[in-house]
Ligand binder design. Sequence first.
Ligand code: URA
Length: 275
Amino acid sequence: MTRPRHALMQADRAMGLSHAPRNRAAESPGEPTPPSPMAPTQDIAASERPIAGLAPIPAVAPRTPRAIPALVVQPGTVARGAEALEALRQRHDRECPHCTTATAHTQTVFGEGDPQARLMFIGEAPGETEDRLGRPFVGRAGEKLDEMIRAMGLKREQVYIANVLKSRPPENRTPFQHEVDACGPYLIEQILTIRPEVIVTLGGPATKLLLATDVGITRLRGVWSEWKSPGGEVSVAVMPTYHPAYLLRNYTPQTRAEMWSDLQAVMARLGLARK
Ligand code: URA
């Protein structure tokens, strides 16, 4: 899709980007990403560097998870609010069949934000920085997500941010299906506790889980879908979009404009006007 240059510039301005020359090397996926003009440089690089004295997290072989405990997924019985969310966090940490057996993480990353947020972002799994700090999206991808949230005229505390997996996969690999099966129900309960009006799924794993599809994110992004609770009583509008880490690796006018148009659709739906 080709967008007129003024539209791209508008998207860039909204996302806090300057019109410095594009860094073409950073656009090729799979290659090391040099600092790009769209993101702070030294802080990001420092936050992703291994911490001196910390042993690398060993890769672990996938294990057969314990049986999934009977989770409360009847929306009518799911409590709401901050206390309910905290209770869910504690229960998750005690019993999640994935997070209590996966040994590659130092702590779980449950999620954070407004317990009654109208807008919820769902990513894939904590990375190294998130694992260290116990908070979602606080590494490089998190800087990009913060930029997106700001561009929407919101503050991070006004939304809720969570992941499909609540513990870091070894070497940040893509979650296995059995891990999603084990940890995913807690996310579902988290959604039912928060009851956002809109969920933005960031990347493939979150989109696949919520929309129960194997269709790739490039085909699903930008199109409104609906998540329904297991019994069908609750539905939430879902806007799939790229994962911020993908945007960091694929820094093109097209991907930027596509993501910005996805976010603008969310803003329109929530009645958020850009100041
Ligand atoms: N990527 C994710 O999907 N989630 C995080 O919390 C950080 C990076």
